[in-house]
Design a binder for this molecule. Sequence first.
Ligand code: HEM
Length: 133
Amino acid sequence: MAFRGLNTRYIPGNTTEDTTVLGQFIPKGTRIMGNIWAVHNDPKVWHKPQDFNPNRFLTSDGKELLKFDYFIPFSMGRRNCAGEGLARVEVFLYFVSLLQRYAISAANDGTVVSLVERFGLILQPTDAVLIIF
Ligand code: HEM
Protein backbone atom coordinates (compact mmCIF):
# COMPACT_ATOMS: atom_id res chain seq x y z
CA MET A 1 0.00 0.00 0.00
CA ALA A 2 1.35 3.45 -0.90
CA PHE A 3 0.56 6.74 0.82
CA ARG A 4 0.70 8.93 -2.23
CA GLY A 5 0.38 12.14 -0.22
CA LEU A 6 3.67 11.31 1.53
CA ASN A 7 5.51 10.47 -1.70
CA THR A 8 7.78 13.44 -2.46
CA ARG A 9 7.24 12.87 -6.20
CA TYR A 10 3.47 13.26 -5.88
CA ILE A 11 2.13 16.79 -6.38
CA PRO A 12 -1.55 17.33 -5.52
CA GLY A 13 -3.55 18.07 -8.65
CA ASN A 14 -1.21 16.17 -10.99
CA THR A 15 -2.26 12.93 -12.66
CA THR A 16 -1.29 9.89 -10.61
CA GLU A 17 -1.00 7.52 -13.59
CA ASP A 18 -0.78 7.48 -17.38
CA THR A 19 -4.19 7.95 -18.97
CA THR A 20 -5.92 8.79 -22.25
CA VAL A 21 -8.79 11.27 -22.58
CA LEU A 22 -10.65 11.53 -25.92
CA GLY A 23 -7.63 10.00 -27.67
CA GLN A 24 -5.12 12.38 -26.04
CA PHE A 25 -2.39 10.57 -24.08
CA ILE A 26 -1.67 12.23 -20.72
CA PRO A 27 1.39 10.90 -18.86
CA LYS A 28 1.54 10.40 -15.12
CA GLY A 29 2.56 13.56 -13.25
CA THR A 30 0.87 16.03 -15.63
CA ARG A 31 -0.78 19.14 -14.17
CA ILE A 32 -4.38 19.25 -15.40
CA MET A 33 -6.52 22.39 -15.26
CA GLY A 34 -9.99 22.81 -16.69
CA ASN A 35 -10.24 25.57 -19.31
CA ILE A 36 -12.93 27.61 -17.62
CA TRP A 37 -12.58 30.43 -20.15
CA ALA A 38 -13.44 28.04 -23.01
CA VAL A 39 -16.59 26.88 -21.20
CA HIS A 40 -17.70 30.44 -20.41
CA ASN A 41 -17.01 31.66 -23.95
CA ASP A 42 -18.55 28.78 -25.87
CA PRO A 43 -21.12 30.22 -28.33
CA LYS A 44 -22.73 26.77 -28.54
CA VAL A 45 -24.03 27.18 -24.99
CA TRP A 46 -24.08 30.96 -24.42
CA HIS A 47 -25.76 33.64 -26.54
CA LYS A 48 -23.08 36.26 -27.39
CA PRO A 49 -20.73 35.06 -24.62
CA GLN A 50 -18.47 38.13 -24.93
CA ASP A 51 -21.31 40.50 -24.01
CA PHE A 52 -21.54 41.64 -20.39
CA ASN A 53 -25.15 40.70 -19.72
CA PRO A 54 -26.08 39.84 -16.12
CA ASN A 55 -29.70 39.35 -17.24
CA ARG A 56 -28.70 36.03 -18.80
CA PHE A 57 -28.53 34.66 -15.23
CA LEU A 58 -32.00 35.91 -14.21
CA THR A 59 -35.57 34.85 -14.89
CA SER A 60 -37.48 37.21 -17.21
CA ASP A 61 -39.04 39.06 -14.22
CA GLY A 62 -35.52 39.51 -12.81
CA LYS A 63 -36.47 37.98 -9.45
CA GLU A 64 -34.88 34.54 -9.54
CA LEU A 65 -31.38 33.33 -10.28
CA LEU A 66 -31.07 30.72 -13.02
CA LYS A 67 -28.56 27.90 -12.69
CA PHE A 68 -26.52 26.63 -15.61
CA ASP A 69 -24.36 23.52 -15.80
CA TYR A 70 -21.98 25.50 -17.99
CA PHE A 71 -21.33 28.27 -15.45
CA ILE A 72 -18.31 26.97 -13.54
CA PRO A 73 -16.27 29.86 -12.02
CA PHE A 74 -15.23 27.55 -9.19
CA SER A 75 -14.37 24.76 -11.62
CA MET A 76 -15.91 21.31 -11.20
CA GLY A 77 -15.12 17.78 -10.14
CA ARG A 78 -13.08 16.53 -7.20
CA ARG A 79 -10.58 19.42 -7.20
CA ASN A 80 -13.10 22.25 -7.46
CA CYS A 81 -12.70 25.30 -5.24
CA ALA A 82 -12.68 24.38 -1.55
CA GLY A 83 -13.69 27.93 -0.61
CA GLU A 84 -16.73 28.29 -2.89
CA GLY A 85 -19.27 28.77 -0.07
CA LEU A 86 -17.17 31.46 1.63
CA ALA A 87 -16.27 33.10 -1.68
CA ARG A 88 -19.91 33.38 -2.77
CA VAL A 89 -20.86 35.12 0.50
CA GLU A 90 -17.82 37.43 0.31
CA VAL A 91 -18.46 38.44 -3.30
CA PHE A 92 -22.15 39.02 -2.56
CA LEU A 93 -21.46 41.24 0.49
CA TYR A 94 -18.68 43.10 -1.32
CA PHE A 95 -20.75 44.03 -4.36
CA VAL A 96 -23.97 44.74 -2.47
CA SER A 97 -22.02 47.11 -0.16
CA LEU A 98 -20.58 48.93 -3.18
CA LEU A 99 -23.89 49.12 -5.05
CA GLN A 100 -25.68 50.47 -1.97
CA ARG A 101 -23.19 53.32 -1.55
CA TYR A 102 -22.08 54.34 -5.04
CA ALA A 103 -23.41 55.09 -8.49
CA ILE A 104 -20.99 53.23 -10.76
CA SER A 105 -20.45 53.96 -14.44
CA ALA A 106 -17.87 53.34 -17.12
CA ALA A 107 -15.69 56.13 -18.44
CA ASN A 108 -14.97 56.29 -22.19
CA ASP A 109 -18.18 55.56 -24.08
CA GLY A 110 -19.22 52.78 -21.73
CA THR A 111 -16.50 50.34 -22.71
CA VAL A 112 -15.45 48.54 -19.52
CA VAL A 113 -13.53 45.53 -20.76
CA SER A 114 -10.93 45.86 -23.50
CA LEU A 115 -11.39 43.43 -26.39
CA VAL A 116 -7.63 42.87 -26.50
CA GLU A 117 -6.46 40.70 -23.63
CA ARG A 118 -3.14 39.46 -22.31
CA PHE A 119 -3.00 35.69 -21.82
CA GLY A 120 -1.58 34.18 -18.64
CA LEU A 121 -2.95 32.13 -15.78
CA ILE A 122 -5.79 34.63 -16.02
CA LEU A 123 -6.74 36.96 -18.89
CA GLN A 124 -5.94 40.59 -18.17
CA PRO A 125 -7.22 43.55 -20.17
CA THR A 126 -4.28 45.36 -21.76
CA ASP A 127 -5.89 48.80 -21.47
CA ALA A 128 -6.63 50.55 -18.21
CA VAL A 129 -10.23 50.01 -17.21
CA LEU A 130 -11.74 53.33 -16.12
CA ILE A 131 -14.72 53.14 -13.82
CA ILE A 132 -16.29 56.16 -12.12
CA PHE A 133 -17.64 55.85 -8.56
C1 HEM B 1 -14.43 34.47 -6.17
C2 HEM B 1 -13.53 33.76 -5.47
C3 HEM B 1 -12.96 32.43 -5.89
C4 HEM B 1 -12.94 31.82 -7.12
C5 HEM B 1 -13.55 32.32 -8.44
C6 HEM B 1 -12.22 30.57 -6.96
C7 HEM B 1 -11.99 29.65 -7.97
C8 HEM B 1 -11.21 28.51 -7.84
C9 HEM B 1 -10.84 27.63 -8.93
C10 HEM B 1 -11.25 27.82 -10.38
C11 HEM B 1 -10.09 26.64 -8.40
C12 HEM B 1 -9.40 25.49 -9.17
C13 HEM B 1 -10.20 24.23 -9.13
C14 HEM B 1 -9.56 23.20 -10.07
O1 HEM B 1 -8.34 22.98 -10.00
O2 HEM B 1 -10.28 22.61 -10.87
C15 HEM B 1 -9.99 26.87 -6.98
C16 HEM B 1 -9.30 26.06 -6.11
C17 HEM B 1 -9.22 26.27 -4.75
N1 HEM B 1 -9.78 27.30 -4.03
FE1 HEM B 1 -10.84 28.84 -4.83
N2 HEM B 1 -11.84 30.44 -5.65
C18 HEM B 1 -12.27 31.54 -4.96
C19 HEM B 1 -12.11 31.79 -3.59
C20 HEM B 1 -11.56 30.91 -2.69
C21 HEM B 1 -11.52 31.12 -1.24
C22 HEM B 1 -12.12 32.35 -0.52
C23 HEM B 1 -10.88 30.04 -0.71
C24 HEM B 1 -10.55 29.70 0.72
C25 HEM B 1 -11.02 30.36 1.78
C26 HEM B 1 -10.52 29.15 -1.80
C27 HEM B 1 -9.86 27.96 -1.67
C28 HEM B 1 -9.49 27.13 -2.69
C29 HEM B 1 -8.70 25.91 -2.54
C30 HEM B 1 -8.16 25.35 -1.21
C31 HEM B 1 -8.54 25.35 -3.82
C32 HEM B 1 -7.80 24.07 -4.20
C33 HEM B 1 -8.78 22.91 -4.19
C34 HEM B 1 -8.10 21.61 -4.57
O3 HEM B 1 -7.14 21.61 -5.35
O4 HEM B 1 -8.55 20.55 -4.08
N3 HEM B 1 -10.95 29.71 -2.98
N4 HEM B 1 -10.67 28.02 -6.66
